[in-house]
Design a protein around this ligand. Structure first.
Ligand SMILES: [Zn+2]
Length: 174
């Protein structure tokens, strides 16, 4: 790589930013070369525990951003029009068998699992009927499933929609 070095040069300038009427001092970074920016960003990511992984579907490298093991990247695969992690779970898309990605490998699993234990607990405490509980479980399953391939949804709505009260509200309809 031409011009690549492991000692990227940057200048950090304290800057005042107004946020919700409050003044905040932030650090603004300036780079004279694009490569310095990339190298700095990359090492920041590494130092925060993110690491590089090679996606088994598209063979591209991606930055793993959660503590969970993601075997496949979340980038929309141009060939299939859905993210690689979704491609991997649906062998009918590629017609070739991929190593199966476990449910717990998903970054959205933690929240799903938390809701699932609450639903089970509420059921055993008799707070909600068997029927409502199984419907609530179906609802969280659907939302979890959607978060696997709809990344806009995953980023912007998933957490909100996984609100337990809302789930029960939905489960008790009809
Ligand atoms: Zn990929």
């Amino acid at each position: 790589m031409d011009g690549f070095n492991l000692k990227p040069i940057q200048s950090a300038v304290p800057t005042i930013k107004i946020e919700n009427g409050k003044y905040k001092i932030i650090r603004r970074m300036y780079f004279s070369r694009m490569m310095d920016f990339f190298v700095t960003e990359f090492f920041e990511a590494l130092s925060q525990g993110h690491y590089i992984w090679k996606c088994g579907v598209c063979n591209k490298y991606f930055l793993m951003t959660t503590a969970h093991k993601q075997l496949y990247c979340s980038t929309v695969n141009k060939e299939y029009g859905v993210p690689c992690s979704y491609v991997a779970k649906h062998p009918e898309i590629t017609k070739r068998k991929m190593k199966k990605q476990k449910k717990s490998d998903s970054p959205y699993y933690v929240l799903w699992n938390r809701r699932y234990s609450s639903i089970r607990q509420n059921k055993s405490l008799g707070k909600y009927s068997k029927a409502v509980s199984s419907k609530a479980k179906k609802i969280i399953d659907m939302k979890f499933e959607r978060a696997q391939f709809d990344f806009d949804y995953a980023e912007n709505n998933y957490e909100d929609e996984m609100n337990l009260e809302k789930i029960y509200e939905e489960a008790m309809k009809e």
